[in-house]
Design a protein around this ligand. Structure first.
Ligand SMILES: O=C(O)[C@@H](O)C(=O)CO
Ligand SMILES: [Mg+2]
Length: 261
């Protein structure tokens, strides 16, 4: 069964953050993800998710000065203390929200031995703390052509190389279909080959990162393929709605709770 999670950082942007939970429930979602909940008291986030009957399925560990252009700090040798404080904060939120997975962002960093060894040590640190809470740490290759030039890993091979070197059972791949269409294509076969290693997926169409059906990816076919493969994780709807979020959800109707929508 295809389980879609509303991405509350990119959807329903006309609403305050907490009210986006109500909008996601009304639209028929059962799960939500977001980038950073840290501006909101975790008890308030947990209470709203509970009120709306929504699972919180993913969010990001703190990733540096996002407004200032940083996209993660785990690979930055001079930011280890800040990263590890962020892991503690992220896990505090994960416990409060009952969220079983956190995305760790490496950042824009040179492919140097020092940056790589810093990243591996930070992933191991995060994974070992997270394991105690039953939380998975996810590593997402992000396209370096459009969204984050200079990001530390842009392909599944690069991300899996880091995951393999960290060698912790609760570190898995976050497969963002949009990013991987840009960087390597061959979506159906890659997802089939890597399915056991994928802890979470996300979607958007390409080009433009808007709703499925707005670009080149055949989502009706691909989502049925993913379902047929037996993927039982979540797929985050991490796209920029072309207009009104709810009006743009026609593509998702087969996968949403009709009783709610
Ligand atoms: O794909 C993305 O952009 C997100 O999944 C993310 O967390 C990094 O921006
Ligand atoms: Mg993503």
């Amino acid at each position: 069964m295809v389980k879609l999670a509303a991405n509350l950082s990119m959807m329903f942007q006309d609403l305050p953050f907490l009210d986006r939970f109500d909008a996601a429930e009304a639209a028929g979602f059962s799960g939500v993800e977001f980038m950073f909940p840290y501006d909101t008291d975790p008890a308030d986030v947990a209470g709203r998710a509970r009120k709306c009957g929504l699972e919180v399925v993913l969010f990001n560990l703190p990733a540096g000065d996002w407004a200032g252009g940083e996209r993660g700090i785990a690979a930055l040798p001079d930011r280890v203390e800040e990263f590890r404080a962020g892991v503690t904060k992220g896990l505090d939120y994960a416990r409060a929200l009952g969220c079983p997975r956190l995305h760790l962002m490496a950042g824009k960093a040179p492919a140097s031995a020092e940056c790589r060894s810093t990243l591996i040590a930070n992933i191991v640190h995060a994974a070992e703390l997270a394991a105690a809470d039953g939380v998975e740490i996810l590593i997402e290759p992000i396209n370096t052509r459009v969204d984050i030039p200079g990001y530390f890993y842009g392909t599944t091979d690069d991300a899996l190389s880091v995951i393999d070197e960290a060698a912790r059972g609760n570190v898995r791949l976050q497969y963002d279909i949009y990013h991987m269409q840009i960087m390597e294509g061959d979506l159906a076969r890659t997802i089939e080959r890597l399915l056991p290693r994928i802890g979470h997926m996300q979607l958007a169409d390409n080009p433009g990162r808007a709703e499925p059906g707005s670009g080149e990816i055949n989502y009706p076919w691909l989502l049925s393929h993913i379902d047929a493969l037996g993927y039982d994780g979540w797929i985050g709807c991490e796209y920029r709605p072309a207009a009104d979020t709810k009006a743009g959800l026609g593509w998702a109707q087969p996968y949403l709770n009709s009783r709610r929508a």
